[in-house]
Design a protein around this ligand. Structure first.
Ligand code: NAP
Length: 455
């Protein structure tokens, strides 16, 4: 009897788990799937991206978690490809590799002052408030204990998430699973004003209406429309006529512009048609220079030369995520994705046998969590088609356990280890009346995985 095909999925975010599910759920080809992640915990951006106060979106983890219980699926956490396992190692142990490691870095603005103290990548701030083990607990202590005026560049859903977390009242976040040091720092935060800056108009913003609306429903913060929210230009009208979400977004902002002012502790200022030109300050961020833009009929922004400055203590750059290469696999430096044809990785015009991609590293950082399901199913479909080829089984090692022996010196977190982390986080949360409190420290996570109770 031929052995099952062995597939390694690199990255346990939604696209990785959906790929594992699609492989394990079908009955045409016997498969054995290992999901490898450099972190001790699974679920990628569901754990370290989705805002902690978006409980219903975060609850998708319960669905993803069920995949880890499937008999032919294993989780191999705390194992980093490039450090603990190389690409040639993977080729030795597996017939196919599906790269689903996402896009975890921030895109650059490419303007002077971007590296000043107080200029913060949204990706880092999101990592901090979700308890990512690579972000030190005190990473934003100075920012949150001194800044009052904060600019956020970009008008996507991440900008909305970051704004909400910055301005919400303690009572609005108290029920979430954020680590305790995050609650403490946010509760004591000095931030009073958040300026969200879009380089185009409200009809070109990439946020979604439900998320946008939440900004107008906060206990301690009101929304103030500062500049150029007009959507009467041809490009905006056309975008509103063809896109329901665009029309709804513009309507929300129009409604806000007519609201009577509230006397709130915090304010969210919306600035449209302003592109960042420079971040400046003697030691750290003191101001941002903005240039007024005009939108052409294709919806593109053009500078007008009309400059203004905004005095701010910090700038959060929320201009999108960026994928990074992995050794030995081709990379498209322009789109920051791995070149592929519907998930088959392409090198020099031809597919590399046995190497696939799914999720953000396949198509770029767009879409909602569910988008990754369709995307992963497409990739797995091609993998299974290819598996019909007699030469598909290539792994030199006949035994599934060969990879385990290879990783003997690494502290691997398996499914039972993850379950112990999960229980430890729930137990910690219960001590504070919450469903869960995220363990943020890698050593604590590994202790919990091995059954040591966290302090
Ligand atoms: P995004 O939606 O691509 O937004 C990036 C924003 O940055 C855009 O407004 C973009 O403006 C702006 N930008 C890019 N380069 C710029 C520059 N040089 N100067 C000024 N502005 C610039 O990305 P995101 O907010 O990081 O979100 C990533 C993905 O995750 C999206 O698909 C998002 O919907 C999803 N997400 C969803 C949720 C949710 O469903 N609740 C939450 C978080 C994230 P232009 O359009 O002009 O380029």
């Amino acid at each position: 009897m031929t052995r099952p095909i062995r597939v390694a999925i690199i990255g346990s975010g939604p696209s990785g788990i959906y790929a594992a599910d699609a492989l394990a759920a079908q009955e045409d080809v016997a498969v054995s799937v290992d999901i490898i992640d450099r972190l001790p915990s699974p679920f990628g951006l569901v754990r370290y991206g989705v805002a902690p106060d978006h409980l219903s979106i975060r609850s998708v983890r319960d669905t993803l978690d069920k995949v880890l219980d499937l008999a032919n699926v294993r989780f191999i956490g705390n194992v980093e490809v490039g450090r603990d396992l190389s690409l040639p190692d993977l080729r030795r142990f597996y017939d196919a590799i599906v790269l689903t490691y996402g896009a975890s870095r921030d895109r650059s603005l490419g303007i002077p002052g971007e590296d000043l103290t107080g200029s913060i990548a949204a990706t880092d701030f999101v990592n901090w408030y979700t308890g990512h083990p690579d972000t030190p607990p005190d990473a934003f202590a100075e920012f949150l204990s001194t800044a009052t005026q904060v600019a956020i560049i970009g008008v996507g859903n991440v900008a909305v998430d970051v704004t909400r977390i910055l301005v919400k009242a303690p009572g609005e976040i108290d029920h979430t699973d954020m680590p305790q040091h995050v609650f403490d720092a946010l509760r004591a935060s000095t931030v009073t004003d958040v300026h969200i800056i879009g380089r185009r108009g409200p009809a070109q913003a990439t946020w979604t209406t439900k998320e946008l609306r939440e900004l107008g429903e906060l206990e301690e913060a009101e929304v103030i429309i500062e500049s150029d929210a007009d959507a009467s230009d041809a490009a905006s009208q056309s975008a509103m006529a063809t896109g329901k979400v665009v029309a709804r977004n513009v309507a929300v902002i129009e409604e806000w512009s007519q609201r009577p002012p509230r006397d709130t502790r915090r304010r969210i200022h919306l600035h449209f048609r302003r592109r960042p030109r420079e971040i400046s300050g003697d030691v750290g961020v003191e101001q941002i220079t903005l240039e007024r833009t005009q939108i052409d009929e294709d919806g593109r922004a053009h500078g007008t030369g009309d400059l203004s400055t905004l005095a701010v203590d910090a700038v959060i750059r929320s201009v999108g995520y960026r994928g990074t290469p992995v050794d030995g696999i081709p990379f498209d430096d322009t789109r920051n994705v791995i070149p592929n044809a519907e998930g088959r990785v392409i090198d020099g015009g031809s597919p590399i046998p046995g190497v696939y991609v799914a999720g953000w590293i396949k198509r770029g950082p767009t879409g909602i969590i569910g988008t990754n399901k369709k995307d992963a199913v497409q990739t797995v479909g091609h993998l299974l088609t290819d598996a019909a080829d007699a030469n598909f089984r290539t792994a030199a090692q006949p035994e599934e356990s060969a990879v385990d022996a290879f990783l003997a010196s690494v502290t691997v977190v398996d499914v039972p280890g993850w379950r112990r982390i999960d229980s430890a986080e729930r137990a910690l949360g219960a001590t504070r009346g919450r469903d869960r409190t995220t363990l943020h420290d890698r050593a604590q996570l590994l202790d919990a995985a091995s059954g040591v109770t966290p302090d």
